[in-house]
Structure formats: C-alpha cells, structure tokens
Write a protein that binds this ligand. Structure first.
Ligand SMILES: [Zn+2]
Ligand SMILES: [Zn+2]
Length: 423
C-alpha cells in the first residue's frame, strides 16, 4: 500500500533536532520569567471574524493565506495565522485589564498560513511572542525589544540587526496616507498588480513590495517619519533614547511598515543574515487601537512575534547539533532476555531516584546490547547475565572510563545513584 505522507509545508521535528527544540523553548521560558511575563495558552482556532477585524482584510494573511473552514454549525472558523488577535480576544473576554493595570503575557505555539512553502516559510510554523497590555510608555517598547534580543543572544545569535520605525497614529497618519496615495496615483500604471491593490486598500503597505520596479517608483515617496505629530515624534524619540541607554544598536528604516494593519507608532524588525532570503527573525510593534477595535476598552499595547523555525535555522548555522545531545545515564542489559523481568524492576527502582535508564526490551546478545548502549551515549551499562545472577551480583561498567566492577544486587541502586551523582 502507498504510504501516507505529511501535508505539504508541515514538518516532523525528529530527534536529535527535537532536543534543540526543547532547549529553545526552555530558553524562551527562562527569559520570559526574568521579565515577569506569564504564559497564555490559547485555542489554535478562532472565529474567522477575529482575524478579519484584528489583522485587517487588506493584509495578505487574511485575504490569501488563512486556513478557513465552515464547521457543522455553519460558522466560519480559522486556524490561527498569528497570536496577537487571540491574546487580545482573551484579554477582553476575561477582563484581564480589570485585574491588573499592566498585563504581560507570552505564548508559544503553532500558527497556520497557506503560503508557498520554502525554507523557513512553512504552512504550519511555530511562533513565540509577547504582548504588553495597558502600558502607553515607550519604556514598554524598549522592554519588549530588550527581551527579544536577550532571547536571541542566549541562543547564540549575536549578528542580528534591529530596525525600527514609527508609522504614526490616527492623529497623523491620515494626512500622510492621502499624500502617499497622491504620490502613488501619479505612478499607478507602473506599479505591480499587488501594489495597485495595496493602493486601493492600505497604501502604506506598498513599502512591503519586494519588486525592484516598485522600489524604484517608491524612491521619492513621502515618508511617515516626516509627518509624525508631536505625540508620536516624542514617543519615537524616547524609544530611540531608551535603546541607546540600554546600549542596543539599531537602525532607522523609514520604509518599515510591517504587513499588519493594527500597528501604531513603533514598529520593529530583527533580521539575521544567516538564514538566507527569509531573513526576518522577529518583528512587532505598538498597537494602541487594536483592543478597542476588537470590542474592548481603549488600551495601549505593544508586542512582537518571532519565528521559531527561523531561529532554529540560524542556531544550527552557529552550533553543531548531533546525536551527542541524546544522553542516557544507564543501560540495563539482560543478555538473551533471561533476566529481563528482573532487569525491568531494577530499572524502575533506579528511575525512582531520578536517573534515566533504558532496558533492552529485545533481549539481544551482550555484544549487540553493548553496541546499542554506545549508540545511546549511555554512561553506565549494568549487565544482569546468567552467571552474575547466580552469584547475586550485577556487572557495572563505566562506558567513558571503561572501569568495571561487580556490585552485590541489594546495593546496586544505591551505588548507581552515588556514582552518577559524582560525575
Ligand atoms: Zn509592487
Ligand atoms: Zn501621531
């Protein structure tokens, strides 16, 4: 029969890479707790309307990439393409803002987008992200960016670059948008089809276009930074000053708009040259209008999301992942399976002490068992052979030093615990 394959654009993360994955999530959780962010675990599907309202119907995500289906009750539901809309939905639904003036949350989990799969761009991919709700201060922006960079540096990604921009607020963006639209109107015929569509629905997003001919047309386009109102200008200045005080290098990219409609004021992106064309590791910004847009009270907010597969790619360039990540304390060999039941009972007793043990369930020959113990990087091999069993002992061998000794069975567990704890 023809074997069934996984869905295009999805991945199986196999060992030993899955160990690197565990390491990545444990670093993320550690740094999150350093900054006092609490984890939120959200459903992976939501009513489609949440994303249409939250992310914006003009974005590629909502217009082209969502996995939407109609359930048996006739409701449109969507596999979440990003995390922020769900966090804000939960924030409003559980009135989290009434319990604490500033709510700091993080999430880790899979997202789904129907894109053309390529390296670093998958249909099911994983993101972690933070949301700070209730803090209007530029300090929140700086804290979020610092946290993001700290995670990268803990992973060993040091050559990333931070780009920042401000895309204004409802106060100043209107005037800018109309000037930009006027500029684009004169060049409309020379823009690509996507940009002509962007012109109609959200002109700022023409800056996301990778087409060279569009880039040329946009060379003299008006820039949002020249239109910032006093409040936005001051906010942006304080973000820059804050980053400088934290000795964080940044560059201003006045064309950085990010692909989502909900941002206000600060937007940022962190890129790495190590992962090829998909060079964005993470990005985010301030979204002061989103909570209200989704039916909550007006609440300032800041957040970012980072792609974990891309982070792993960058990490793998920097470090060698090998099967040496797999480690085992003890391998219990019961040659030919004669004392396999007894071996299994001893293994449980050793595990009670927090020491990892593998038992050879196949009851192979001693030679094959030793080979297997080597493959698994076992530190100790405990041999429960016929001869040893008849004398009430086990043979213990340190696979690194090759030292071996006979241990009376009643003392075995204690002596293994002692030995392993001294290594
Ligand atoms: Zn274009
Ligand atoms: Zn403004």
């Amino acid at each position: 029969m023809e074997p069934i394959r996984r869905i295009k654009g999805t991945d199986d993360i196999l060992p030993p890479e899955s160990l690197l994955w565990q390491k990545l999530t444990s670093i993320i959780r550690k740094v999150m707790s350093l900054y006092n962010y609490q984890e939120i675990i959200m459903p992976v599907f939501e009513y489609s309307e949440l994303f249409a309202r939250g992310i914006g119907t003009s974005t590629d995500i909502v217009s082209k990439e969502m996995y939407t289906l109609v359930d048996k009750g006739g409701r449109n539901v969507t596999l979440r393409p990003e995390g922020t809309a769900s966090v804000v939905r939960a924030y409003i639904e559980h009135s989290l803002g009434s319990k604490s003036p500033v709510v700091k949350l993080y999430y880790i989990g899979p997202m789904f987008r129907q894109e053309r799969p390529q390296k670093g761009r998958r249909r099911q991919f994983n993101q972690f992200g933070i949301e700070i709700l209730g803090a209007p201060s530029p300090l929140a922006d700086v804290e979020g960016i610092s946290l993001n960079l700290r995670i990268l540096s803990e992973i060993g990604i040091h050559n990333s670059k931070l780009m920042i921009n401000s895309i204004g607020d409802s106060n100043c963006r209107g005037k800018y948008r109309s000037d930009l639209t006027g500029y684009l109107e004169k060049r409309f015929d020379r823009l690509c089809g996507d940009c002509q569509e962007r012109y109609r629905v959200n002109a700022l997003r023409v800056f996301d276009c990778k087409n060279e001919s569009c880039q040329i047309e946009l060379r003299d386009a008006p820039l949002m930074l020249d239109y910032l109102c006093e409040g936005c200008r001051e906010h942006f200045d304080l973000v820059k000053k804050g980053l400088e005080k934290h000795q964080i290098d940044y560059s201003i990219n006045s064309r950085l708009v990010r692909g989502l409609d909900y941002y206000t004021r600060t937007v940022f992106e962190i890129v790495s040259s190590e992962i090829g064309s998909q060079d964005s590791l993470s990005g985010g910004g301030r979204y002061d209008l989103l909570v209200e847009e989704l039916g909550g009270k007006s609440t300032p907010a800041f957040g970012f999301a980072a792609g974990m597969e891309r982070m792993l790619l960058a990490w793998e360039q920097n470090s060698v992942i090998s099967s040496s990540l797999i480690k085992l304390d003890c391998f219990l060999a019961a040659p030919k399976g004669i004392h396999l039941t007894q071996a299994a009972i001893i293994a449980e007793k050793i595990r009670d002490e927090g020491i990892s043990v593998e038992v050879d369930l196949l009851g192979r020959s001693l030679k094959s068992e030793l080979k297997e113990a080597n493959r698994l990087n076992a530190r100790l091999v405990i041999i429960l052979g016929e001869d040893e069993a008849s004398r009430g002992v086990c043979l213990v061998r340190d696979m690194v030093s090759s030292v071996q000794w006979e241990e009376p069975s009643p003392r075995l567990v204690n002596s293994v615990v002692e030995y392993i704890s001294k290594i």
